[in-house]
Design a protein around this ligand. Structure first.
Ligand SMILES: Cc1cc2nc3c(=O)[nH]c(=O)nc-3n(C[C@H](O)[C@H](O)[C@H](O)COP(=O)(O)O)c2cc1C
Length: 349
């Protein structure tokens, strides 16, 4: 199948393995790129030095195309007063395991827009493309990518966000639905419930294709080749799939995470784990987070506090397990085999 995506990146299949901070690995991305898809490395939560190591690792494993993923969130309000009610509410959970509750919140990683060292590493190591989550990059960063011949993908969740990103000079839009696993990329308001489900995502793709010139990649709840065919029929140039790859042996997902995924556990959105809306499997962490009443501190400050609690608890089910609405369709296959199965299903469809 030839689309603008396969054409520009030299792919066999119009399938991008989504970047998944904490779950995807250079080995997973390389396996996907080597099998004819497009692998992504998640750099958003890494230091520049760790990002350089991850990029060097993937370049050693594949000569195929590689996408480097970055977070471009707005700088959080680091304000002890604002965070106090949340920290007070979660303190007993720390005390229950005799751990020290945090008294302040920290910015565990900066936005790429504030990280000049990360820019330098990207310009030096030259991934085929970068993908942006939570908005867009500054004009000077966009110019630097253009000059270096690095293509730019960016996530949007509505036509308004797609138009805003188009203005800033991105090359591909990743239209992400309400059903997507992990963080919603929404940056002009909350994620739109109307985009949930296969029909919701197809409508989002159709509406976006009608409004913008840019090629559109669809993301959210896509688990089979049939799902990929549906979004391409709606006008997408390809599909970005995250949850479908979580149970691959090349991922970092724990046994409990895979077990819950394959057991058909439901998923739900919450802002109380990281400070931004994100879709998670319903596990002990999600149920605890759902019960909190205080406003969470801004992303990623809230995530810092909750990750400290996760580390203190040492309970396999009290752990971050992002997943999309198609989680129950997961398959535990090596990435190369999964891509072969997806390609056969896509050809059939
Ligand atoms: C475990 C997990 C981690 C994710 N981490 C990132 C990330 O680091 N950067 C990013 O741009 N998107 C991230 N996403 C969102 C994906 O890019 C994509 O929108 C989503 O996986 C699509 O929905 P699906 O999971 O139902 O396929 C993550 C998704 C999951 C499931």
């Amino acid at each position: 199948m030839v689309t603008r995506l396969t054409d520009l990146f030299g792919l066999k299949y119009p399938i991008i393995q989504a970047p998944m901070a904490g779950v995807s690995t250079p080995a997973l991305a390389a396996a996907v790129s080597n099998a004819g898809g497009l692998g992504s490395v998640a750099l958003g939560a890494l230091t520049p030095a760790a990002a350089a190591r991850a990029l060097k690792e993937i370049f050693a494993l594949t000569s195929g195309p590689v996408v480097a993923n970055l977070f471009v969130h707005r700088a959080p309000r680091v304000d002890a007063q604002l965070a106090r009610p949340f920290l007070t509410e979660i303190a007993p959970a720390f005390e229950s395991v005799k751990a020290q509750a945090p008294e302040s919140v920290r910015e565990i990683y900066p936005s790429f827009n504030d990280d000049d060292d990360m820019l330098e590493i990207l310009l030096d190591l030259q991934p085929t493309a970068v993908s942006l989550h939570f908005g867009t990059a500054t004009a000077s960063r966009m110019r630097a990518f253009k000059q270096a011949g690095i293509m730019v993908l960016a996530t949007a969740t509505s036509v308004a966000e797609a138009l805003a990103l188009e203005e800033t000079g991105v090359d591909f839009l990743v239209m992400q639905s309400y059903g997507a696993g992990g963080h919603s990329g929404a940056f002009l308001g909350p994620p739109d419930l109307a985009t949930a489900g296969g029909a919701g995502l197809s409508k989002l793709v159709r509406d976006t294709v009608a409004a913008v010139e840019l090629p559109v990649v669809a993301a959210g709840g896509l688990m089979t080749g049939r799902d990929v065919a549906d979004v391409i029929a709606a006008g997408a140039t390809g599909a970005q799939m995250g949850t479908a790859f979580i149970a691959c042996p090349e991922s970092l997902a724990s046994d409990r995470y895979c077990e819950l995924l394959l057991s058909g556990a439901p998923t739900r959105l919450t802002s109380n784990i990281s400070g931004r809306p994100a879709r998670s499997l319903v596990n002990e962490l999600l149920l605890w987070a759902d019960g909190l009443a205080a406003d969470p501190p801004d992303y990623p400050l809230c995530y810092d506090a909750v990750k400290q609690l996760v580390a203190a608890k040492q309970n396999a089910d009290f752990s971050v397990m992002w997943a999309g609405e198609g989680a129950n369709m997961s398959r535990r296959l090596p990435a190369r085999e999964l891509l072969t199965v997806l390609a056969a299903e896509l050809a059939d469809a």
